[in-house]
Design a protein around this ligand. Structure first.
Ligand code: CA2
Length: 143
């Protein structure tokens, strides 16, 4: 069986669809997971969300050993976590950094991403649709 694509989601994204719909839309994370599985069209996916930086790092370590690619929406850790950056540096395959909103149109504290330093590609501003777009792009990168 081929290696899975890891889709990792950071803090507060478990609340999607319930607050700030003008920024993050009305789609829930469970619906996004279903869209990703449909876009994967049978390719293996590990879809996770955590509010804990340590848990996200542990999943990156798992992906280093077992994963083909990583799609990551690190949420607020994008702008703070050198620990996540260091973990991603160890991953040899493609990394897609994903944001629902266009972080560059927002306040200045959302403008500097540590994760972009190691990302193969960055998707931002497509709303929840960015997730299936990222899955299809990842499948292309892995061909
Ligand atoms: O646009 C994105 O996907 C973000 O990664 C989301 C993060 C934010 O810190 C980044 O700048 C951009 C915040 C996620 C907050 O999640 C919420 C979920 C439901 C309602 C409100 C916020």
């Amino acid at each position: 069986m081929s290696k899975p694509i890891y889709i990792l989601n950071g803090p507060n994204l478990n609340r999607l669809g319930r607050r700030e719909p003008e920024i993050y839309g009305t789609t829930t994370l469970a619906e996004i997971e279903a869209w990703c599985r449909a876009a994967a069209a049978g390719a293996a996916i590990k879809f996770h969300q955590s509010n804990s930086e340590a848990q996200i790092i542990d999943w990156i370590h798992e992906a280093i050993d077992e994963g083909a690619g990583i799609i990551i929406n690190p949420a607020a850790y994008t702008f703070t976590s050198i620990a996540i950056l260091d973990a991603l540096k160890m991953f040899k395959g493609p990394i897609i950094e994903l944001h629902i909103s266009n972080i560059h149109r927002r306040e200045a504290h959302y403008h500097h991403s540590y994760v972009s330093k190691v990302a193969t590609a960055v998707i931002a501003g497509l709303g929840a649709d960015g997730y299936p777009v990222a899955v299809r792009a990842m499948k292309g990168l892995l061909k």
